[in-house]
Every structure is written in structure tokens, then in C-alpha cells.
Design a protein around this ligand. Structure first.
Ligand code: NDP
Ligand code: 2IT
Length: 449
């Protein structure tokens, strides 16, 4: 959609002037504000209360030094962050990314998206994101532990089960959450649900590990059903081979699809017999190895260097589950040319704005990240419920709740799109539905932030 609304134009122009270097954040803000044009036109009270100016500015940004000692006794220094973006509908909630590319722009884009995603889950959680430019890859367990302890020694001052509840994201899995939880508990002398993605037996929820990948497939399944299709017999390409990708592979396979390729940042594996998710799970979760090693376990598979090439493989459904901007305009055009008819975003903002335009023009069914990958944080909120009640639900109970939440998110996104005259546009619908709940809470609470 072209940006014609004066209010939206001026808010975006101000953001571009103030944060010219934050390209990922500006991209996320442009995508959301574009969709909100019919809403601000229909509801002048939003401009009067400066909702767009306020919602694009984090309530609080914390940046800190993280020093730790490596195995050789050398002192290392990283940068730590927590962006507490919006608490209108609940405590800040969102993951911690540990990756050398982490900077304020990336965390602000992730925190901004998290506001609307969390609102869509139907559960009371605000939006936040954090992390560090620390790279856990190639580090020993001891080094990862010392980093996590140092990171939490500062972060502890700013979070709490009713204030801000971090979780995993790229580079932060069960091991890292465990070290951080241990340090928080020691510093506060409190056993509380301050982090989600905890181990079972330490307050973790069954099905949280699987939740983002499963939720993605539940959402895409719902979208397919509404368009007279299913996963059955479809060829699926999944990028990434981390937490989201592995369980998307398992669920898509269970739903009758054949996952023919997966990747990491070095290259991709093709397996025409269908990727064996258990092998992939062992490689990534147990051995912490590269996808290339899949060749050692499965005969007939093929490995190609370079991660972007994965989008040249002809498929029916593409599930990008690695990282932001992994599908650019060129890759989108190749997918369309190869007759890919549905895209489900497991990663956050995996498609560039130009790629989205290609998909929309070609009529590709498009499940946007904020809606499609919300199952992870939704299940984190279910973990918070269990922690508050001091009980634990069975796998089936959590999985059923997750499935119902994903169906509900689909309904919210499609009916908001229809209400504002954009039937079938789940991207606009998800942005609008997520936004309206938060905006209404902000209006109700007055101008405090
Ligand atoms: P993991 O760290 O478990 O896995 C990340 C995967 O993506 C790895 O295969 C990694 O390859 C690949 N990857 C990461 N960065 C890049 C890059 N710059 N270029 C190419 N490949 C890359 O992370 P998750 O699976 O948890 O997260 C994947 C995506 O899903 C992220 O966008 C995350 O924000 C999003 N997400 C995660 C949720 C969760 O609950 N975990 C919830 C909702 C969204 P390599 O090992 O080579 O780096
Ligand atoms: O992007 C995301 O939604 C996550 N990384 C999960 C956040 C969470 O709090 O579970």
C-alpha cells in the first residue's frame, strides 16, 4: 500500500530523521504504520493522543557492559541490551537474542514487532526484546555460563515476573536460559517465573520447546483450510535448523507434508525422501553441529554451500525460520516462478518489504510473522500462568491451548482485514488487530508514557 495518510507520513518521517541508522527498526515501523492508515483515518482520537508517536518509542531502553573471562583467562567484553517497548497490556515479554549481529536497530525491530504479536496471542503480555552481540557458537559450556551469569547480574535489576519476563531467541536455548535463571535465583533468593523456556522440573512448560514451530504449522494449516487446501502431499522448504525450524519440520511432516530442505547460515540440505526431523534434532540440539553433517546419517541427501540458494528449490510451501530479511525480492520472484503458493513466516521479519510486495502481487497465501510465529510467546505466557498457579499442565493440555490460540489469531487477523476493507490480507489484519488492543489500553491508561 502506498503511504498517503498525513499523520502516518509525518510519524515515519520523524523516525527516519531521528534514527537514520536503524534500518531494521525503520523497516518494521514502515510495514506496521502502512497497514494502520485506515485505522487512524477511522479513529481521530488516536492522533489526538499521539498514539503512533508513543507506540514507536520504547518505554525504556537499557544498555550495559557484559564482561566475562574466557577459557584462556582473557577478559572479554560484550554489549547487553533490553528494550522494554510497551507495557500497556501486560509485563514486557520477549526473547533474548545472542548473535554477533545484535545491535539496537535489530532489538528495536524485534521489540516493536513483539508488541503486536503478543497482543494477538489473546494473553496479557506487553512487548520487549533483548540480547547481546555475544556469539555462543564455538564457546565452551563454561564460557557460555560465565557470559550468562555476567549478563544476568545487570539484567536482574530491570526484570521480574510482573515486570519483564525474557525468554529464548536466536542463540538462546535451554542451556542459556538455565544459566540465567540460576544466576537470577542466586541474586534475588527467589524461585520465580522470571524467564520462560525453563527446563521441565524447574518451572518450565511442556510443549514450550515445540511451540513456535508447531504454532506456525497450526496457523498455516488454518490459512490453507480457508483456501481449500492442506499440507497433505505438499513439498515444503524450511530455512534454518534451529528451535523453530526443527519443530516446524516435525509438525509439517505429521500434517502430511514432505519437508525437502533445511539450512543453516553455511548452506542447505536437500532430502527428496523428506527430512528426518529426529536426525536434525540430534545434530542441532545434542551435538550442536552444522546441517552439513546430515549427510553422515542419511544416504541420498545433498548439501549445497550458501544459505540463500535454498529458495531456488521448487516447493509448494515456504517456511522461512532462520532470520530477518532472508527472503529478498529476487528470492521471492524465484519462489513465485517455481509455483510456491503459500509462505508462512516462522522467523521474525524474514521477508523484505520488496519480497512481501512480490508475494502479494502474485496472490501467494501469506502468513505474516507476528501472527504465524506467535505460538512461542503464547506458550511462554501459558508457562507464566502455570508458574503463578504453581502447577503444571500435561503436554496435551498445553498443545491443545496452543492450537486453539493459533486458530483464534487467524480469526482475529482475517476479521480485522475484512473490517478495514482488505479481505484476505493477513499481514494488514494482524498488524491492525494487534495494534487496536494495545492502542485502546494506552488510551484508557492516559498519557503516562
Ligand atoms: P536458533 O538459534 O535455534 O536457530 C537459528 C537458525 O537460523 C539456525 O539454523 C541459524 O544458523 C540460522 N540463522 C541465524 N542467523 C542467521 C543468519 N544471519 N543467516 C542465516 N541463517 C541464520 O533460533 P530460533 O529457531 O529460536 O529462531 C529462529 C527465528 O525465529 C528468529 O527469527 C527468531 O527471532 C524467531 N522466533 C523464535 C521464537 C522462539 O520461540 N525461539 C519465537 C518466535 C520467533 P546458524 O546455526 O548457522 O547460525
Ligand atoms: O520472537 C519471539 O516471539 C520469541 N523469541 C519468543 C519470546 C518469548 O517470550 O517466548
Amino acid at each position: 500500500m502506498a503511504i498517503t495518510n498525513k499523520y502516518v507520513k509525518s510519524v515515519l518521517a520523524d523516525l527516519k530523521k531521528r534514527y537514520p541508522e536503524q534500518k531494521e527498526f525503520l523497516q518494521a515501523a514502515t510495514e506496521v504504520l502502512d497497514s494502520l492508515q485506515p485505522v487512524v483515518e477511522a479513529r481521530p482520537e488516536l492522533q489526538k493522543a499521539a498514539i503512533l508517536e508513543r507506540i514507536t518509542e520504547p518505554e525504556r531502553t537499557i544498555m550495559f557492559r557484559v564482561s566475562w573471562v574466557d577459557d584462556k583467562g582473557k577478559v572479554q567484553v560484550n554489549r547487553g541490551y533490553r528494550v522494554q517497548f510497551n507495557s500497556a497490556i501486560g509485563p514486557y515479554k520477549g526473547g533474548l537474542r545472542l548473535h554477533p549481529s545484535v545491535n539496537l536497530s535489530i532489538l528495536k525491530f524485534l521489540g516493536f514487532e513483539q508488541i503486536f504479536k503478543n497482543s494477538l496471542t489473546t494473553l496479557p503480555i506487553g512487548g520487549g526484546k533483548g540480547g547481546s552481540d555475544f556469539d555462543p557458537k564455538g564457546k565452551s559450556d563454561g564460557e557460555v555460563m560465565r557470559f550468562c551469569q555476567s549478563f544476568m547480574t545487570e539484567l536482574e535489576k530491570h526484570i521480574g515476573p510482573d515486570t519483564d519476563v525474557p525468554a529464548g531467541d536466536i542463540g538462546t536455548g535451554g542451556r542459556e536460559i538455565g544459566y540465567m535463571f540460576g544466576q537470577y535465583k542466586r541474586l534475588r533468593n527467589e524461585f520465580t517465573g522470571v524467564l520462560t523456556g525453563k527446563a521441565i522440573g524447574s518451572g518450565g512448560s511442556l510443549a514450550r520447546t515445540e511451540a513456535t514451530g508447531y504454532g506456525l504449522c497450526y496457523f498455516v494449516d488454518e490459512m490453507l483450510k480457508h483456501n481449500k487446501s492442506t499440507f497433505k502431499g505438499k513439498k515444503v522448504v524450511i530455512s534454518g535448523s534451529g528451535n523453530v525450524a526443527i519443530y516446524a519440520c516435525q509438525k509439517a511432516t505429521q500434517l502430511g507434508a514432505k519437508v525437502i530442505a533445511m539450512s543453516d547460515s553455511n548452506g542447505y540440505i536437500e532430502d527428496d525422501n523428506g527430512i528426518d526431523y529426529k536426525v536434525m534434532q540430534q545434530i542441532k540440539e545434542v551435538k550442536r553441529d552444522r546441517v552439513e553433517t546430515y549427510l553422515k546419517y542419511v544416504k541420498g541427501a545433498k548439501y549445497t554451500e550458501g544459505s540463500r540458494g535454498i529458495w531456488t528449490i521448487p516447493c509448494d510451501i515456504a517456511l522461512p525460520c532462520a532470520t530477518q530479511n532472508e527472503i529478498d525480492e529476487e528470492s521471492a520472484k524465484i519462489l513465485v516462478k517455481n509455483k510456491c503458493f503459500a509462505v508462512g513466516e516462522g522467523a521474525n521479519m524474514p521477508s523484505t518489504l520488496e519480497a512481501i510486495a512480490v508475494f502479494q502481487k502474485a496472490g501467494v497465501l501469506f502468513a505474516p510473522a507476528k501472527a504465524a510465529n506467535a505460538g512461542g510467546v503464547a506458550t511462554s505466557a501459558l508457562e507464566m500462568c502455570q508458574n503463578s498457579a504453581r502447577l503444571s499442565w500435561t503436554f496435551e493440555e498445553v498443545d491443545t491451548k496452543l492450537h486453539n490460540i493459533m486458530i483464534e489469531i487467524y480469526k482475529e487477523a482475517s476479521s480485522a482485514a475484512e473490517k478495514y476493507g482488505m479481505k484476505g490480507n493477513l499481514l494488514a489484519g494482524a498488524n491492525i488487530a494487534g495494534f487496536e488492543k494495545v492502542a485502546n489500553a494506552m488510551l484508557w491508561q492516559g498519557i503516562c508514557y
